[in-house]
Ligand binder design. Sequence first.
Ligand SMILES: [Zn+2]
Ligand SMILES: [Zn+2]
Length: 344
Amino acid sequence: MLTYTYVSKGNFELIEKPKPVLLHERDAIVKVTLASICSSDLHIKHGSVPRAVPGITVGHEMVGIVEAVGSKVIHVKPGDRVTINVETFCGECFFCKKGYVNNCTDENGGWALGCRIDGGQAEYVRVPFADQGLNKIPDGVTDRQALLVGDVLATGYWAARISEITEEDTVLIVGAGPTGICTLLSVMLKNPAKIIICEKDETRIQFINEHYPEILTVSPEDCMEFVKANSEHGGADVVLEVAGAESTFKLAWECARPNAVVTVVALYDKAQTLPLPDMYGKNLTFKTGGVDGCDCEETLKLIAEGKINTEPLITHTYPLERIEEAYELFENKRDGVIKVAVEC
Ligand SMILES: [Zn+2]
Ligand SMILES: [Zn+2]
């Protein structure tokens, strides 16, 4: 079968590999119908994910149809339409039981698919712990509507969930890329008083203004002043940093009011500085790290109810045979691209 494979730093190639088989009684084999390209795939390509294993098939955000299941899988069966979770988790260890599935202690726990084990920019993918990693797509929800559930929407939903947002708050979201927009959609469900989204890319600002006209938008240069003018206590009550640049990390804590929550879900290319003397007395609470993707059933329900709609984010679609063009478009942010769907 055709797979898009991480060959070496800077180099992904479309190559043939054998179709995956069940290796464990809790595995499932899923025929991928749609996959998407994530900026984390680009991080692998550029060598900034040290644990990524050369030779693996990339792709960790996809939907498909269950083809086969191991003897211990009970929640899904062949023929089910499913979303695939970016994270692999056993459901049984200390962290899984607490909902911290990103920290699952299994050897494949956390982000394994398309990083340490073969992922889904391919015709088929093997999913370990299928009862945890797969969620049935409700009837009436299309593959395109469900495509982002397992990764960027999971991240946005989790970021909003842990950020202690109240209806009095001014919430600042830094970054209006795919994860930033999914974060926005999830924050909107919390009904804060004001939502401001900061983004440097004019096309993305236009996308926000067009699709979510009630959301305030601002460029990074004007952000600090704008947030001060649009909040009651000298800064945002909650900041979510989803952009992942050095300047945006600084911007995130600078725009926060004293005692604010700053949630950092961005994946940075290099270490960031936390200048404690400069922020002394600001008493910020930082929440950081990788998504605990354990709310997919809930987000699928919200999609079915029409409360979350990520479909407008899928701006382009390519067949797997032309995935290189899709990467080129996505990486260079050409043609107003937000998300690319790949038909496998
Ligand atoms: Zn991703
Ligand atoms: Zn676990």
